[in-house]
Design a protein around this ligand. Structure first.
Ligand code: GRF
Length: 203
């Protein structure tokens, strides 16, 4: 077997997608291993989940840096120190500087709880309900400098039901997020999807 891809996960909160990635990577045949979890929030549940599993954790507060670029430089240094070759963002609530997104292009994945390009940004489920869509879902994409707009690796759809609230819709989508993110990481780690000239290319 070729070496598993050393992967970091960036979180700001609950970390349920992180948990899905950790669980998938428990299988020695999974092509990626989670070696580092970084959070900008010290109390993030995601950090605790990683620590419980024996994964290295790092808290880097964006508040300790004068600029977005300086914060990203600290993240970049930690990723390099851990010899990471893939990075998954999972509920990481900071926007990166352009140089960081470009430096890690093709190695940086993000998950978003809508069928992009619909409903980027925040209050995503509220946006979907206000628009009256009948289907929503989630997207794993390569992260590029523009917010929530990178080339798509995988998506899953769920119905929007009469009487849905942002919370009920979010819960239905989250189930799919936990299924799709490990699948997308698998594709990237196996080199079956790559970022070429701004497009996701599948083999
Ligand atoms: C997920 O819905 C993800 O798509 C979005 O933020 C949420 C994070 O949830 N970016 P968790 O921290 O993975 O539980």
């Amino acid at each position: 077997m070729t070496a598993r891809k050393r992967t970091a996960v960036l979180v700001s909160g609950r970390g349920s997608n992180l948990q899905a990635l950790i669980d998938a990577a428990r299988d020695p045949a999974f092509p990626a291993e989670i070696v580092l979890v970084i959070s900008n929030v010290e109390a993030a549940e995601g950090l605790a989940r990683a620590a419980e599993t024996g994964i290295a954790t790092k808290f880097i507060s964006h508040k300790d840096f004068a600029s977005r670029g300086d914060f990203d430089a600290a993240i970049d240094a930690s990723l390099r120190a851990a010899d990471v070759s893939l990075v998954c963002e999972a509920g990481f609530m900071r926007i990166h500087s352009e140089w960081f997104a470009n430096l890690w292009a093709g190695k940086l994945l993000n998950i978003h709880p809508s069928l992009l390009p619909s409903f980027p940004g925040i209050r995503v489920h509220r946006q979907a309900l206000d628009a009256g869509v009948k289907i929503s879902g989630c997207t794993v994409h390569f992260l590029v400098p523009a917010l929530d707009s990178g080339p798509i690796i995988a998506q899953a759809a769920v119905p929007v039901l009469e009487g849905d609230t942002p919370e009920t819709l979010a819960a239905r989508i989250l189930v799919e997020e936990h299924r799709v993110y490990p699948e997308a990481l698998r594709l990237a780690a196996e080199g079956k999807v790559t970022l070429e000239n701004g497009k996701a290319v599948f083999r």
